[in-house]
Design a protein around this ligand. Structure first.
Ligand code: GTP
Ligand code: MG
Length: 397
């Protein structure tokens, strides 16, 4: 799974990315600081099974365990800023769009203060809610443009689908988008330009689930903009889908980054996503003052909001589950005695034999069966795994 951090310039994308990955990406208060995409690894939270299994500890290898919370890796990509008409190549247009091709979902970072415009330049009172529509529109135009560049007026649906395959848009997805737009393509030909634009908007919804991060919420007076946007989007979408503003989140990437850096330096104990931290080092006066402010912010907002977004995207939008392959189902360990060493983030619906293939392609070929190590029952190849399962794969020679 790969999450793209996306949005107009100067909104805090790289700050968000750095906070969740601890990769040092360039951050600055001007547009187009990021010119090529940065890749890293973020983490989703899961209850570590060592607690429910009554084990005193675990030995994570590909992940971390922080006070009983397993932090499971998920790929993330920080993209260059997107400006209006990026699909025509404006700004870093093509670079931006290319960098989201592989993303399975998007975190759209908007500046909740309203102090930067769609080009990332200073602005007195821009409406952050406008940025939300802008991203969807831009991606839709990009998709429509890719198809219409194929030339023919009534392009065969098959050719349209082929032109979108690089974006991981399948023919089935395309046909379902046409259907949802009420457009009949049973003659095998794509509709006119107007129809194509509608289909492209529908494809954005299907292909790129979006969480909107109202960032810089630590700036005084900003929460009102978030509340307003929530109301606006709720009113708008309630008629359409009834699920309102569920994808809007308030966050402070800057505070999350500062907290993780302080934790890395041993000044505080902080579990990403929590609403508090403990001072364990010896901060100087300046650091003490900053920590005091951050504690107050976390207390008032129930956390920085950043980790919550990653978790929501992975669990709610991408329907991920976390499973733990082991070699010894009694000790929950690998052959070196390391307890619950690996946590795999997989799509819901993953079967035992598919997990075997993810651990090692060879294991799927030699698959004989699997054991549910928590319940001590056997699983067949097609057994669908559940979130939190601990699985021993049994393979032949
Ligand atoms: N107050 C506050 N400032 C923030 C926050 N996140 C980012 N900033 C500031 O916003 C400015 C832009 O941050 P970047 O992370 O470089 O933004 P970007 O979206 O990656 O910018 P481009 O790469 O130019 O598109 C910097 O001055 C950051 O310090 C936040 O949560 N709170
Ligand atoms: Mg950046």
């Amino acid at each position: 799974m790969l999450i793209g951090v996306v949005g107009a310039p100067n909104k805090g994308k790289s700050t968000f990315f750095s906070a969740v990955t601890m990769v040092d990406a360039a951050i600055a208060n001007y547009p187009f600081t990021t010119v090529t995409a940065n890749r890293g690894v973020a983490y989703v939270r899961a209850p570590c099974p060592h607690v429910a299994l009554g084990l005193s500890k675990c030995t994570p290898k590909n992940s971390r365990c922080a006070n009983g919370t397993r932090l499971v890796p998920v790929g993330i990509i920080d993209t260059p800023g997107l400006v209006p008409d990026a699909y025509k190549g404006r700004g870093l247009g093509n670079k931006f769009l290319d960098s989201i091709r592989e993303a399975d979902a998007i975190v759209q970072v908007v500046d909740a203060t309203g102090k930067t415009d769609l080009h990332g330049n200073p602005c007195d009172s821009c409406d952050p809610a406008e940025e939300i529509a802008f991203l969807k529109n831009e991606i839709a135009m990009w998709i429509a443009d890719i198809v219409s560049r194929k030339g023919a007026k009534h392009l065969p649906v098959k050719d349209a689908a082929a032109s979108l395959s690089g974006l991981k848009i399948s023919e089935i997805m395309l046909l379902s988008a046409c259907k949802e737009c009420g457009l009949d393509v049973s003659d095998g030909a794509m509709p006119d330009e107007e129809g194509l634009k509608r289909i492209a908007r529908e494809l954005v919804e299907k292909r790129f689930p979006i969480a909107v991060a109202f960032n810089k919420i630590d700036v005084a007076g900003t929460m009102g903009n978030f509340e307003k946007a929530k109301l606006d989007s709720g009113e708008e979408s309630e008629g359409a889908s009834g699920n309102g503003m569920a994808n809007l989140f308030a966050c402070s990437a800057a505070i999350e980054l500062a907290l993780r850096k302080a934790a890395e330096r041993g000044i505080i104990l902080y579990t990403p996503g929590s609403a508090d931290f403990e001072v364990v080092g010896t901060p100087d006066d300046r650091q003490n003052e900053a920590l005091r402010k951050m504690k107050a912010f976390l207390g008032a907002n129930g956390g920085s909001g950043v980790q919550e977004i990653i978790d929501w995207v992975v669990y709610t939008k991408l329907r991920g589950i976390v499973v733990y392959p082991v070699e010894d189902e009694h000790r929950y360990s690998n052959h070196r005695g390391e307890v619950l060493p690996d946590a795999y983030l997989v799509p819901s619906g993953t079967t035992a034999v598919q997990l075997a293939g993810m651990v090692h392609t060879d294991l799927a070929d030699r698959f004989i069966g699997a054991v549910d190590a928590k319940r001590h029952i056997r699983m067949g190849a097609e057994h669908v795994l559940e979130n939190g399962d601990v699985v021993k794969i049994v393979a032949g020679r």
